[in-house]
Design a protein around this ligand. Structure first.
Ligand SMILES: [Zn+2]
Length: 93
């Protein structure tokens, strides 16, 4: 049997796996689901063994994959306009 991680060891391991999830409950083994908070503020339960590979909540994962489908800069800027986000591109000003 492998030694169970401490809460701090688990947090460190999440960071080193580039996960952006923050555990909200005490770590109790890799296969015990606990609540984690995503960078978007949403909290959800996930097994620590999965949290290493799933760096965000499902909503954020969907957003990321839909952004990947945007092909051109102008399409991206249109998306920003629609969302009412005031961002100026750094290039071509
Ligand atoms: Zn999220």
């Amino acid at each position: 049997m492998s030694k169970k991680l401490t809460q701090q060891e688990y947090i460190d391991k999440l960071k080193s796996s580039k996960s952006e999830l923050i555990p909200l409950e005490d770590y109790d083994g890799a296969l015990i689901k606990i609540k984690h908070k995503c960078t978007c503020g949403k909290s959800f339960s996930i097994k620590p063994s999965h949290a290493y590979n799933n760096h965000k909540c499902k909503d954020c994962a969907l957003k990321t994959s839909s952004l990947k489908q945007v092909k051109t800069d102008s399409e991206y800027l249109e998306e920003l306009k629609k969302l009412n986000i005031k961002v100026k591109p750094l290039e071509n000003i």
